[in-house]
Every structure is written in structure tokens, then in C-alpha cells.
Unconditional design. Structure first.
Length: 318
């Protein structure tokens, strides 16, 4: 009976540990894509300055992940571990051979890799680590959880190192970030602004509804400003092309029809001098000279007269 009892207890503990381990691995896998996105952003910055890209080191990655998780679970924010261990000691104890090391940490609520990267780049000390030629390896760890009563907080740890035997990774061209972040957009405005960043120099081609509207050469950032889109659905796509690779991202934009703005006769969403000229021509003409449109008829009496001129003047002067 005792053997059975203890075996069952050990078996339960084993299952519990296995369950926790599986949960941690699954969470790490969940953040792996975001960690890769952050690496792409870092290497894009280094590429802009002619620096070699950083290679991912699995030991540094594990150290970084564990530190981000530790900060979330113990509700603190520091390079030193919760038990007081220095970041250099954490890396040394992991078995990583230390030549030169550095560490960046960041926190963002809600999780946003691009925003976290921008905040680090805007900090001189963190920026120096990201752009240092003294490092050729990195480990990036992301963990999301409750921090100071905020239930959806992301911790980001970047551990930098130098390995004389590190192999410089080949860059596979990709779109590292894009805005808007959503692929499906519903807008009540005719004006939209799209932008992308890539991890290497490339050519960018923008198309709307299958027709090319803009091309750029040798860029790492590209944008397209879409103005006066007609109501309905539109497909926007940008394709980036390198020496032997390409990548693309697309959006589906639905522009909802909106009522005509009183006084905006040319449809540019602004009442200006062009509208004044157009209204004046209608006002001075006879009824047989123009086709009636309700946008000129401010008081909706079926006629464009002095009362409409007074109302238009009020809108124009505002």
C-alpha cells in the first residue's frame, strides 16, 4: 500500500511538472514569432549603418526568456534578478562563454514589439547596445502576463554577446513591420496611409486593385498615401524584391459611403475657394443653365437663391 501510495504521489508530481513544462514551452513558442520580429527590426537598424547582423544564440535566448518571465512572475523591473543575481552572473551561469556582453530590458503595455523597439532606440544606452559592433550574437526573450495589476504586460529582454566563432547569418529579405497592423480595414474616410519596413535594402512596388501606383528602388522603408478612394472595397498590396528574394503584404480596405458635406462641391472634404467659385457659378446662372443638385441647396427648398448664398458664406467663413 505504501509503495502504491508513494508511486501515485510521485506520478502526480511528475504529471504536474510535465504539465508546467509543456505550458512554458508552449508560451515560449507563442512568443518566438515576436522575438524574430524584434530581431528583424534590430538587424534592419544595423544594416542601415553598414553593421553585420546579429546571430541568434540559443543559450542567450533561454537566459533572456527566463529573465522576462521572472520579472512578470515576481512583479519587478530590473537587470538584476529577483534574488539579486547580476545579469552577467546569469549569463555566466548558463554556460555561455563570456567575451563581451550587454543587456537591454523593456516593458510595454499592451504588448507591442514595434513600440518597444522604438522606445529602446530612443534611449541612448539601449541604442548603443543595439548598434554596437562589439556584439555579433543576441538572445531575445519575451514574456506576457500580469504586472502591477496590468494583466497584459509584455517584458522584453535582449542579451548581447560576442562569439569569435559565430557565423554571420544570411539575411532573407522580409517585411519586418507594417502599418496599419490589421489586414482588414473599414474606413469612413477616403484618405489612408500605408507603410512598411524591411530588414534589407530592396525595391518596393505598390498596387491598388491590381494596378501599380508607386515604385521605389533601394529602400528599407516605403509608404503609400491613398487619397479620395471611392466607396467600396479596395485591395492594396506592396511587394518588396531583393536580389533573389521577395515578400509582400496586403490589405483589404472597405470605404463606406458618406453623405456629401454641405458646401464641399469638389469632394475634397474641405470647403475652400474652389467651392466658392463653383457655388458662385451656380448661383449666378439661370435654372436652365445647370443641373439641380441638393448639395448647392442649403435650405432644401428646391432652388439655389440668396438664402443658400448666406448659408454657404457662413460655412465658408468658418
Amino acid at each position: 500500500m505504501n509503495k502504491t501510495y508513494y508511486f501515485s504521489g510521485y506520478f502526480f508530481v511528475f504529471i504536474l511538472i510535465l504539465s508546467c513544462f509543456t505550458s512554458i514551452v508552449s508560451a515560449a513558442d507563442t512568443y518566438a514569432e515576436q522575438e524574430q520580429q524584434m530581431l528583424d527590426l534590430i538587424n534592419e537598424e544595423r544594416n542601415d549603418l553598414g553593421l553585420e547582423p546579429l546571430n541568434i544564440n540559443p543559450i542567450l535566448t533561454q537566459v533572456a526568456r527566463e529573465h522576462s518571465r521572472d520579472m512578470i512572475e515576481n512583479d519587478y523591473f530590473s537587470h538584476d534578478s529577483f534574488d539579486g543575481t547580476l545579469f552577467s552572473e546569469r549569463i555566466r551561469d548558463s554556460g555561455y562563454v563570456i567575451y563581451r556582453i550587454g543587456e537591454n530590458i523593456a516593458m510595454n503595455y499592451p504588448p507591442d514589439v514595434v513600440k518597444a523597439h522604438e522606445n529602446l532606440m530612443n534611449s541612448p544606452g539601449h541604442r548603443a547596445n543595439i548598434l554596437s559592433s562589439s556584439y555579433n550574437e543576441i538572445g531575445i526573450g519575451i514574456w506576457v502576463g500580469e504586472y502591477s495589476s496590468y494583466s497584459n504586460t509584455a517584458m522584453y529582454t535582449q542579451d548581447f554577446g560576442w562569439n569569435p566563432d559565430a557565423v554571420v547569418p544570411e539575411i532573407t529579405l522580409s517585411i519586418s513591420s507594417f502599418e496599419p497592423a490589421s489586414r482588414n480595414i473599414v474606413s469612413d474616410s477616403a484618405d489612408m496611409f500605408f507603410t512598411i519596413r524591411t530588414n534589407d535594402v530592396c525595391d518596393a512596388t505598390w498596387s491598388v486593385d491590381g494596378s501599380i501606383v508607386k515604385t521605389e528602388e533601394d529602400v528599407t522603408r516605403s509608404y503609400y498615401s491613398m487619397k479620395s478612394a471611392s466607396a467600396g472595397e479596395h485591395d492594396i498590396e506592396v511587394t518588396v524584391t531583393g536580389s533573389s528574394e521577395n515578400d509582400s503584404v496586403s490589405w483589404s480596405l472597405e470605404v463606406e459611403a458618406s453623405e456629401n458635406m454641405k458646401g464641399d462641391f469638389d469632394g475634397d472634404m474641405d470647403v475652400d475657394f474652389d467651392d466658392f467659385v463653383e457655388f458662385a457659378e451656380v448661383y449666378e446662372s439661370t435654372s436652365s443653365d445647370w443641373n439641380y443638385s441638393p448639395i448647392f441647396d442649403f435650405d432644401d427648398d428646391g432652388n439655389v437663391d440668396f438664402d443658400d448664398f448666406v448659408e454657404f458664406a457662413g460655412v465658408y467663413e468658418d
